[in-house]
Design a protein around this ligand. Structure first.
Ligand SMILES: [Zn+2]
Length: 214
């Protein structure tokens, strides 16, 4: 029997039009996501909302590294005795803890209050980048998401939210790697890069990693 969880990724003011790091048309998913949460036929055993939740001097901010926004960056591993590196992008300052930009969108925050669902923060250690809501990019520091899902005997994880090609994708791939049946509900997401070529690349990466895009 499947036990379903819905993970609503990063629907925060800074990722919406007008925010510091807006996902185009991100606001269009807010009402549909609320309807999805409340749809009795979905039988969600648990709903979890995630937040990107950075200290003001986070390593992924261009300002912290005194470089132009959106410039490439090479991160060094935070794992002791590991010399590996990962390529990333430096972002405008976004989702700084307790600021307006880091708050859930108003309607999503109201829904969270109404149903009293779990909030999982990520990105709160300043020396490492995070995309997945399960862990940092090194899969070294883990958030509480995995243990929360396990403690509720979740088998199937459905991921929605922002942005499809970053935190939604990485959260779903993490879920699949941890043994959950992992799905992304595409209509309830928006991407930063939504051109056909980027979408095809994304589809391939998801298939290779065992994530189903519905
Ligand atoms: Zn971030």
């Amino acid at each position: 029997m499947s036990v379903k969880a819905l993970i609503v990724v990063d629907i925060q003011n800074d990722f919406l039009p007008g925010g510091a790091l807006p996902v185009p048309h991100g606001d269009e998913i807010i009402e549909p996501v609320i309807k999805l949460i409340e749809d009795p036929e979905q039988k969600w055993h648990r709903v979890i909302m995630t937040r990107d939740w950075h200290p003001y001097d986070h390593i992924s901010f261009a300002k912290t590294q005194k470089k132009p926004e959106f410039s490439p960056v090479t991160y060094k591993s935070v794992i002791p005795n590991d010399n590996s590196t990962k390529e990333g992008t430096l972002w405008p300052v976004h989702c700084v803890q307790e600021t307006h930009g880091s708050q859930l969108a108003d309607a999503i925050a109201e829904e969270q209050q109404k149903i009293g669902c779990k909030i999982v923060n990520k990105g709160y250690l300043s020396d490492r980048e995070y995309y997945s809501a399960f862990s940092d990019i090194w899969n070294y520091h883990r958030t509480e998401l995995n243990s929360y899902l396990d403690s509720h005997h979740i088998t199937d994880v459905y991921v929605v939210g922002l942005a499809l090609d970053y935190c939604v994708k990485h959260t779903a791939i993490s879920a699949a790697k941890r043994g959950y049946n992992a799905y992304i509900l595409k209509d309830y997401t928006r991407a930063i890069h939504s051109d056909p070529e980027s979408m095809q690349k994304l589809q391939n990466e998801l298939s290779e990693n065992g994530v189903t895009l519905i």
